[in-house]
Design a protein around this ligand. Structure first.
Ligand code: NAD
Length: 365
C-alpha cells in the first residue's frame, strides 16, 4: 500500500492507494462509523460496477450502510440533486462528526463533497474515487462544486475529505475512453514540473492504458503525490502555485464549450488537446523548444488522445474560441492568465498574453 499524506494542519488526511483496497475498505472505514449506517452515495453505473465490492467489504467488517444512487453524468452536479441529497442526509440524522462516503468519479465526489460542506455547517466525507481522473485529480485537494446555469463549478466550497481510498482495480470496469481521458491529467503532472515523470509516461503510457497493474499504481501514486504537494503549498489557489494544475484547461475549456460540454469531447480529452495547444503557443512565443512541443503531441497521439483542434473535432475560428475563454471563470480583473511552458516540466503562469495573438495562433493551428 502507498500512503500519500496531504499536509494541511488540522485538516490533514491520507490518500491510500492499493490494488484490491476496496476489499479492505471496511477496516479503513471502521474508525469513522457512528450509531447510524454509513450513507454511501454513488451513481447508476458505479452502483452496478463497484458497489457490490464495497457492500461486501462493509458487511465483512460488521458495518452497515445505506446506498443513495444518483443518475450518472455531469448533469447530476446540479441544484436539484444537491437539494435531494442534502435532504436525504438530514433525514438520515447526519451529525457534523459523521462521514458520508462518495463512491464514484469526479461528478459524485464534487457533489457529495459540496453537500458535506454545507449540511449542519459542514460534516465529514470520505472519497472512494473510481475513475482515473478522480483518482489522480479531483478526489484530492478539497475542491467541491456543482454547476450553475452560468457555467461549470461556479457554486462550491473548499472542503477536504477525511480520507481518500484509491483502488486502481476499479478501473477494470471503466471504459477505455474514460481511462484515456483521465490519463491526460496524469501526463499533466509531468508537463507541469516533472520532466522525468513525462519520460516515464512516454515509456509506460501504453501499458497503463492496457491495464498493466504496476504502471497504473505508479502513475496514480506519483500523480497524487504531485497534487498533494501543490495543494499543501496553496490550498485555496491564492499564491498561483495551485493554478499550475490548470495547464491545458483554458484552451481545453474553449474546445469543451465549442463542443457543447458533451460526449463529443470529454473533459480530459479537452485538457489533452489544450495542453498540446499551450505548448504550441509557447513555441510561437519563442519560449519553448519546438521539439518539446512535438514530444507532447506525439505522446498524446500515441495513447489515442487528441492533440490538435482537428483531433478534437473543432473547426471554429480563433476569435470564437477566445470568446469561449473569456467566459472562463479563471479570468481575473479583465486579463486572462495562461499557463504556458518554457519546455517539458517548465510550466509557468503568463499574465501578458495578447488575446488577438492567441486567436491568430488558433486560426493557424
Ligand atoms: P464521472 O464522475 O462522470 O465518471 C465518468 C463516467 O464513468 C460516468 O458515467 C460514471 O458513472 C462512470 N464510472 C465511474 N467509475 C466507474 C467504474 N469504476 N466503472 C464503470 N463506470 C464508472 O466523470 P469524471 O471524469 O470522473 O469526473 C469529471 C468531473 O470531475 C467533472 O464534473 C469535473 O468538473 C470534476 N473535476 C473536479 C476536480 C476537483 O478538483 N474537484 C478536478 C477535475 C475534475
Amino acid at each position: 500500500m502507498t500512503t500519500v499524506p496531504v499536509f494541511l494542519g488540522e485538516r490533514s488526511y491520507d490518500v491510500r492507494i492499493e490494488a484490491g483496497l476496496m476489499e479492505r475498505a471496511g477496516e479503513a472505514l471502521a474508525p469513522f462509523a457512528s450509531s447510524r449506517p454509513f450513507l454511501v452515495v454513488t451513481d447508476t453505473h458505479v452502483a452496478t460496477a463497484q458497489w457490490p465490492r464495497l457492500a461486501a467489504a462493509l458487511e465483512r467488517a460488521g458495518l452497515s450502510a445505506e446506498l443513495v444512487t444518483l443518475p450518472a453524468g455531469e448533469s447530476t452536479k446540479s441544484w436539484q440533486h444537491l437539494e435531494a441529497l442534502t435532504d436525504r442526509m438530514i433525514a438520515h440524522g447526519i451529525e457534523r462528526r459523521d462521514h458520508v462516503i462518495a463512491l464514484g468519479g469526479g461528478v459524485i465526489g464534487d457533489l457529495v463533497g459540496f453537500a458535506a460542506s454545507i449540511v449542519k455547517r459542514g460534516c465529514n466525507f470520505v472519497q472512494i474515487p473510481t475513475t482515473l481522473l478522480s483518482q489522480v485529480d479531483s478526489s484530492v485537494g478539497g475542491k467541491t462544486a456543482i454547476n450553475s446555469r452560468a457555467g461549470k463549478n461556479l457554486l462550491g466550497a473548499f472542503h477536504q475529505p477525511s480520507l481518500v481510498l484509491i483502488d486502481p482495480d476499479t478501473l477494470d470496469t471503466l471504459g477505455p475512453r474514460e481511462v484515456r481521458a483521465g490519463y491526460a491529467e496524469v501526463v499533466k503532472y509531468g508537463l507541469i514540473d516533472d520532466a522525468e515523470f513525462f519520460a516515464w509516461c512516454e515509456a509506460n503510457g501504453t501499458a497503463l492504458m492496457a491495464g498493466d497493474p504496476e504502471a497504473r499504481a505508479h502513475a496514480i501514486a506519483r500523480s497524487v503525490a504531485a497534487k498533494a504537494t501543490i495543494v499543501a503549498e496553496d490550498e485555496r489557489e491564492t499564491s498561483g502555485r495551485r493554478a499550475l494544475l490548470n495547464l491545458g484547461h483554458t484552451f481545453g475549456h474553449a474546445l469543451e464549450a465549442e463542443t457543447g460540454f458533451s460526449d463529443r469531447l470529454l473533459h480530459g480529452e479537452g485538457v489533452a488537446a489544450g495542453m498540446a495547444l499551450a505548448f504550441g503557443y509557447s513555441v510561437r512565443r519563442g519560449e519553448c523548444p519546438p521539439e518539446d512541443a512535438e514530444r507532447v503531441v506525439a505522446h498524446l497521439r500515441a495513447v489515442g488522445l487528441p492533440a490538435s483542434l482537428a483531433d478534437a473535432g473543432v473547426s471554429a475560428s480563433g476569435a470564437r474560441l477566445v470568446e469561449h475563454m473569456l467566459h472562463d471563470k479563471k479570468m481575473s480583473s479583465g486579463t486572462l492568465p495562461f499557463l504556458l511552458a518554457r519546455g517539458i516540466g517548465k510550466t509557468y503562469l503568463a499574465k501578458d498574453v495578447d488575446l488577438a495573438d492567441v486567436a491568430a495562433y488558433l486560426d493557424g493551428a
